[in-house]
Every structure is written in structure tokens, then in C-alpha cells.
Design a protein around this ligand. Structure first.
Ligand code: PGA
Length: 246
């Protein structure tokens, strides 16, 4: 049985104080149905880890080298010191705005696993690819490159997030049927590379998830949670999401 995992992806939002306030407000509402967490900005990670008791804390990015002349970057060792247990990699905003390649995503996944941090690997197609029926081709290609040459044992720990780019921040979510079909395709792509352990990988859906629609996604057999942007920012909205997952 895969336990669903719901992560709020805060992107470039929230100071340390706002992070602590959010955690204190939300923690009493958590339940055991799902793993719940927040992906806070780098600057707030340590405070988040110090204050969170049940919420898991994720970073939103990392560099794959241990150290070096990479101005502005953060290594996995530095992340580890903050106490985070997860790290998002390959979010479409990073792929599009910061030229993050599948090769870099693969190196980041390896660096994270080597340091005991669980990667949340994001994949997803553009509107153009979706409209021309290329969704499966795109996500299969991303999975093949992003998850290349990993240990089968490590695959079990992974979280993958299917996030169609056209559904992110647009209010236009993929239907539960589309999300389920693509996530099933992603699971098959992992099975092709690593066999049955694909059944243990948690695969989230992301893209305009909110309290009103999260139940629909969680009811689908292959969907194991959600990566939530906008609707995760306000404590009230996140509490409504938690409530809806019961
Ligand atoms: P959204 O963002 O929920 O605001 O669509 C999701 C994400 O970018 O992870």
C-alpha cells in the first residue's frame, strides 16, 4: 500500500516568520491518512525543520555537486544540515526559466539519494504537446532520462510528480481520468526500467489542485497524492485540503 503524499510547493513565497506561523496553525489539523509537507524556500528550511513535528519539509531545488564555484547554488550536503527529508527536482518552472535539463535532474536525483534525501521528480508536458497527443511520449522520455542508472532499492523511495505544464497556476486542472492515465503510463515507464518496484513509487498529480478537487484525484488507483502550489499558501486553504483528504 502506497501512502499518499501531499506537498505544498511554496515557490518563492514566505519568510521564516510566515513559515513558522503557517506550521503552527496547520499542524494540529494533520491526520494519518496521508503524509503532508511543505516545500519552503531555502532561507526558511531550517526554521521549518525546527518547528515541524508531523509535516515533512522539502527543498525546492539543489545542485548536484558537493561544493565548488557555483554562485548562488545550494548543495545537497547544505540541505541535509537543515534537516529536510525531501527535495523537489525538475519542476517545470526550473526547466523552463532556469534551463534545467533531464541530465541535470538525473545528477540531482543521484546526489540526493546518496545523501538520504528523497527526490520529488517532476515531469509533465506543455500545452502544445498535450494538444498534439504527445503527453505519453514526453513523460516517458523524461522518466527514461531523469531516472537513468539508479539502484532498484532507491527507486522504491522515490516520489514522482506528474504536473502538466498547462495546468500549473492556470486554474485549469487535468481531469482525474487524464491524470490517472498519464500516471499509469509513468508507472509503466518505471516498470520497464526497474521492474516491479515501480508499484512502490508514489506518484503525485500536480496542477491547480485545491480542496474542491483533491478527493477526485486521491480516489484514482495510481494517484498517490498531490503537489500543490497556489492552494497551499494560505493556512486556511491547506487546512481545507487536509480536511478533504479524510
Ligand atoms: P498550482 O502549482 O497548484 O498553483 O497549479 C503546482 C506546482 O507548480 O507544483
Amino acid at each position: 500500500m502506497r501512502k499518499p503524499i501531499i506537498i505544498g510547493n511554496w515557490k518563492m513565497h514566505k519568510t521564516c516568520k510566515e513559515t513558522i506561523d503557517f506550521i503552527q496553525e496547520v499542524e494540529p489539523y494533520l491526520n494519518d491518512h496521508c503524509t503532508y509537507g511543505i516545500a519552503a524556500p531555502f532561507t526558511a528550511l531550517k526554521d521549518a525543520c525546527n518547528h515541524a513535528q508531523k509535516l515533512v519539509v522539502a527543498a525546492q531545488n539543489c545542485h548536484y555537486e558537493d561544493h565548488g564555484a557555483f554562485t548562488g547554488e545550494i548543495s545537497v550536503g547544505m540541505l541535509k544540515e537543515t534537516g529536510v527529508t525531501y527535495c523537489i527536482v525538475g519542476h517545470s518552472e526550473r526547466r523552463q526559466m532556469f534551463n534545467e535539463s533531464d541530465e541535470a535532474v538525473n545528477l540531482k536525483v543521484k546526489a540526493l539519494l546518496a545523501n538520504g534525501i528523497i527526490p520529488i521528480v517532476c515531469v509533465g508536458e506543455s500545452l502544445e504537446a498535450f494538444e498534439s497527443g504527445k503527453t505519453n511520449e514526453v513523460v516517458e522520455g523524461q522518466i527514461a532520462k531523469d531516472l537513468k542508472d539508479l539502484d532498484t532499492e532507491d527507486i522504491k523511495k522515490l516520489v514522482v510528480a506528474y504536473e502538466p505544464i498547462w495546468a500549473i497556476g492556470t486554474g485549469k486542472s487535468a481531469t482525474k481520468e487524464i491524470a490517472e492515465a498519464t500516471i499509469a503510463t509513468i508507472r509503466q515507464a518505471i516498470a520497464k526500467m526497474y521492474g516491479d518496484v515501480s508499484e512502490e513509487v508514489r506518484i503525485q498529480y500536480g496542477g491547480s489542485v485545491k480542496a474542491e478537487n483533491i478527493k477526485d484525484y486521491l480516489a484514482m488507483p495510481d494517484i498517490d497524492g498531490a503537489l500543490i502550489g497556489g492552494a497551499s499558501l494560505k493556512a486556511d486553504s491547506f487546512k481545507a485540503i487536509i480536511e478533504a483528504t479524510k
